[in-house]
Ligand binder design. Structure first.
Ligand SMILES: [Zn+2]
Length: 291
């Protein structure tokens, strides 16, 4: 595994931190390279490796790490922003078991690295190919939901690694963030309505995207907690939309076999209808058309 530093800052100590503390995970992760980026060149580096890859960059969510999988060589490349590395090298660890005793900022940095390694392992295990559906594809609600569900299963699986190394308090903090995500989603709907009032196709993608971001957050937290830390409100939510019951002993298998349910599909269509969409039957499938 090689480390490529594209920041201009000295991170040579990071190499020993990674090789010591994380070495045990590398062989399962098929990790060929870690690239350290700045905030500024993060997007360019991702595009350089694969022009079809997208990354999180909205007013409310910013990506700090990204894993790109090459299905022909079965090798992963992880891109991490330098902000994360700063706190990793400030207080280096010699074993992953030390992470849960560190403060929240340091846990957050390790969490991001472990999350990306979790993606690496999942990529190798499942050989998943995620094709972007935005922005050039034909607007088909079902197709877009299928894409995002696949995305949600990737996030779900990526959390299986970090959850063993984080403190309960840290995980609780992540759950609080989920409540914020929900509020952001509801706020977004109203903003899009004003922003895209003459561009219904963009409006539809944005609403779906916002739904999906919340679902992806939600599936991460389901994984971190196996559903146990959730209030009834969230348990109902997962039963309703994912058609899974987090109390089940076979929750993992149940989740990976589930899908974004018909109920979610209808809820989104109803939202779209409010924004000027027409719901139609296309080749036996219910879909939405915009005027
Ligand atoms: Zn992820």
């Amino acid at each position: 595994m090689k480390i490529t530093n594209k920041t201009g800052n000295d991170f040579s100590i990071f190499e020993s931190v990674v090789t010591d503390a994380y070495s045990i995970l590398n062989y399962r992760a098929n990790l060929a390279e870690i690239i350290i980026s700045t905030e500024k060149n993060y997007g360019d580096i991702i595009a350089e490796i694969d022009e079809n890859e997208s990354y999180t960059n909205t007013a409310d969510y910013t990506g700090f790490g990204k894993t790109i999988f090459d299905r022909s060589t079965k090798l992963n490349t992880v891109i991490i922003r330098e902000e994360i590395i700063h706190s990793l090298i400030k207080k280096p660890i010699s074993s992953l078991d030390e992470i849960k005793f560190k403060n929240q900022n340091i846990q957050f940095s390790h969490y991001l690295v472990l999350h990306e390694l979790g993606h690496c392992i999942d990529n190798v295990d499942r050989n998943i190919h995620l094709l972007s559906v935005y922005p050039n594809s034909f607007f088909k609600v079902r197709k877009i939901l299928n894409f995002y569900f696949l995305n949600a299963t990737c996030e779900y699986n990526a959390e299986k690694l970090p959850k063993h190394y984080l403190s309960d308090e840290y995980i609780q903090l992540e759950i609080t963030n989920l409540e914020t995500s929900y509020e952001i989603m509801m706020k977004d709907f109203n903003q899009y309505k004003i922003l895209y009032k003459n561009d219904l196709r963009n409006l539809a993608f944005s609403i779906l995207n916002s739904f999906a971001l919340f679902f992806i957050q939600y599936s991460r937290y389901l994984s971190l907690t196996n559903g146990t830390a959730f209030s009834n409100e969230y348990l109902d939510f997962s039963q309703k939309y994912f058609a899974v019951s987090p109390k089940n002993r076979n929750f993992d298998r149940e989740f990976s076999n589930s899908y974004l349910s018909e109920i979610l599909f209808r809820d989104i269509l109803i939202n779209l209808e409010r924004y000027g969409f027409r719901i139609v039957e296309l080749e036996g499938e219910t879909d939405a058309l915009y005027y």
